[in-house]
Design a protein around this ligand. Structure first.
Ligand SMILES: [Cu+2]
Length: 323
């Protein structure tokens, strides 16, 4: 049974995952049994009472009803449906009732990344880290369109809406790294809106929390920039190899260094540190011609050193391409 579960479904990591899968299997197997009874009975009767050569032409006899059979047709499905209902509502209540002492993490969906804010002030992008055996309450909201936050191994999924908060909870009983998906089509790079959930033992989580945000302090700027380029999800819209995705390639931008960039309002601007900085903090004020105004602002998500790092990394691309 457990083998089959692993084969059909991802691992069961939350405390309610087991129950939800079992309910699924109950409905699944009950349907198979009912299906077989009906189909086998139908085929059997069709063969048994088929018209044979030499038979007299018969009219169907006027069958009377059978009280016992009719009662069974009613009572058996009723029992099955009642079991499903009671089981389902019990599981549902487990899933929506957040236990006491849960850690609250804010999750923001933004085209096309997940942003996490921890109670102690840390924030991360596309990387959710939680301690084991602790209920985690996630408070979901969106800065733009509808998204949906789905962690398959937890069997937990919830819509993410602009202008209101939705709540979901789970607890993790096994350390590991698991995927998080957006399951509501939200535009061009929807399929790239993939996050990572890391479940750590409690001690390791404490250490991670203490180091989050400060661990990169000693990295050289270029290296930090390269790291942030994926960590802050710039790579969902900007490539490094010259191909334009939703936004211009980082390589193209760096090759334009010192030259004029034409904007969509017809004006132009010189590509330099200040332009790159404002591209990240106020992307909607200067739209590169030929592109859409879809880059989210990184105000509050990148500190000064991180902004410097991303600029430094961009500059290295130009040097590399000239060699
Ligand atoms: Cu999305």
């Amino acid at each position: 049974m457990d083998r089959l579960t692993e084969y059909l479904f991802p691992k069961q990591v939350s405390s309610f995952a087991h129950d939800i899968d079992n309910l699924f299997y109950f409905i699944f197997y009950a349907s198979i049994v009912l299906f077989l009874i009906v189909v086998i009975g139908m085929v059997y009767l069709a063969i048994k009472y088929r018209f044979k050569k030499g038979d007299d032409i018969r009219l169907t006899s006027s069958l009377d009803h059978n009280n016992t059979l009719e009662a069974m047709f009613f009572i058996i499905p009723l029992i099955l449906v009642m079991i499903t209902f009671v089981w389902g509502i019990k599981s549902y209540l487990d899933m929506i009732t957040v236990p006491d002492g849960a850690i609250e993490i804010q999750v923001k969906g933004q085209k096309w990344a997940w942003i996490y804010d921890y109670p102690e002030g840390q924030n991360t992008m596309n990387e959710l880290v939680v301690p084991m055996d602790t209920p985690i309450k996630v408070i979901l909201s969106s800065t733009d369109v509808l998204h949906s936050f789905y962690i398959p191994v937890m069997r937990a999924k919830m819509d993410v809406l602009p202008n209101r908060y939705n709540v979901m909870w789970f607890d993790a009983n096994q350390p590991g790294e698991y995927p998080i998906f957006c399951t509501e089509y939200c535009g061009t790079s929807h399929s790239g809106m993939i996050g990572k959930l890391t479940v750590l033992p409690k001690k390791a989580y404490e250490i991670w929390l203490a180091e989050a945000g400060s661990a990169d302090d000693d990295l050289p700027l270029e290296e930090l920039g390269e790291k942030l380029y994926t960590k802050k999800a710039c790579n969902t819209c900007h490539t490094l190899d010259g191909t334009a995705l939703v936004g211009p390639s980082y390589l193209e931008t760096s090759q334009m260094w010192g030259q004029e960039r034409v904007l969509d309002n017809g004006s132009s601007v010189v590509v330099d540190e200040n332009y790159i900085r404002s591209s990240m903090l106020e992307p909607q004020t200067q739209i590169v011609a030929g592109y859409q105004n879809v880059m989210p602002t990184y105000q509050g998500l990148l500190n000064d050193r991180e902004l410097d790092a991303l600029i430094a990394f961009l500059k290295t691309l130009k040097e590399d391409s000239q060699i």
